[in-house]
Every structure is written in structure tokens, then in C-alpha cells.
Design a protein around this ligand. Structure first.
Ligand SMILES: [Zn+2]
Length: 148
């Protein structure tokens, strides 16, 4: 790559210093890029930790009180935290189901509680009913071995 034009300093000392700085530039570039990558990785670890705490907090509330479901983590936060499964049951026939959040088409702003009205029970649909889903827990693994 052609080096950028730097105006030649008038004094010999400054010319030497400029030459030295330009020689160091590739090494400095590499060091700064590596530090940036380290900071980004550390930041991503912290975000994952925050997402994990949010999922645990939601699970705790659902376990202890059964709700309210809102606020809840976003689907992307749950997946990022390693909780890609949502355990639900039909509010009418009580049939349990595990939903694979990663396989669910969603936009970045979709939160877990937004799914209450979206996840319909197949059994009840067959008899013309459209009950809402009762959200139970976020899981790291499929609780039933179901595929959404
Ligand atoms: Zn049902």
C-alpha cells in the first residue's frame, strides 16, 4: 500500500522522528486492532452475562408468581444467553409444548412475552379455538425433546 504523504519537517531531528514514527505505524496498527478485538470480546461476554441474568430473573418470576410475563427478555437476548427453548402450555387444554426460539421467525424487537398470542395450540385449532399460550420457563435444552 502506498504510504500517505507527510510534509517533510524542516529540521533534521524532526525528519528522523517522523521516519521512526512511520516505521512503527504498522506495528501500532496491529496492536490497536488486537486491543480493539479483546475489548469487543470482553464486551460481548458482559452482554451475554447480562442476557443470562435477565433470563434467570424472568424464569424466577414465572416460577414464583406465574407472571406478569411482561417485561421479558427479547428472543435474541434469550438465544444469546443460551436459553433457546421456551416451555409453554395451552391455556385451554393445558397441553405442554417446547418452542425452539431460534427456529421462530422474528424481528429483533420481539420479546418473549410477545409470543403469548402468537403460539397457538394445534389441538385447539382443530376444534376452532384460538386460546393464548401460557408461558412457563426459558430453557437451555428442550424440556420435552419436542421439536417446536
Ligand atoms: Zn389447547
Amino acid at each position: 500500500m502506498a504510504s500517505k504523504h507527510h510534509p517533510t519537517p524542516l529540521s533534521g531531528g524532526n525528519r528522523k522522528a517522523l521516519t521512526k514514527e512511520l516505521a512503527r505505524a504498522p506495528a501500532v496498527t496491529t496492536i490497536l486492532a488486537a486491543r480493539s478485538a479483546e475489548k469487543r470480546a470482553a464486551g460481548e461476554d458482559l452482554i451475554r452475562e447480562a442476557d443470562d441474568l435477565l433470563c434467570e430473573s424472568w424464569n424466577e418470576r414465572m416460577w414464583a408468581d406465574g407472571g406478569p410475563v411482561d417485561p421479558s427478555p427479547s428472543i435474541d437476548q434469550a438465544i444469546n444467553a443460551g436459553y433457546p427453548w421456551l416451555e409453554i402450555k395451552c391455556s385451554r387444554c393445558m397441553t405442554p409444548r417446547a418452542v425452539d426460539l431460534a427456529a421462530l421467525p422474528h424481528v429483533a424487537t420481539t420479546h418473549v412475552h410477545d409470543l403469548t398470542g402468537r403460539l397457538r395450540c394445534q389441538k385447539c385449532r382443530k376444534v376452532g379455538k384460538r386460546p393464548t399460550a401460557e408461558l412457563l420457563q426459558l430453557r437451555q435444552r428442550s424440556p420435552t425433546g419436542d421439536e417446536s
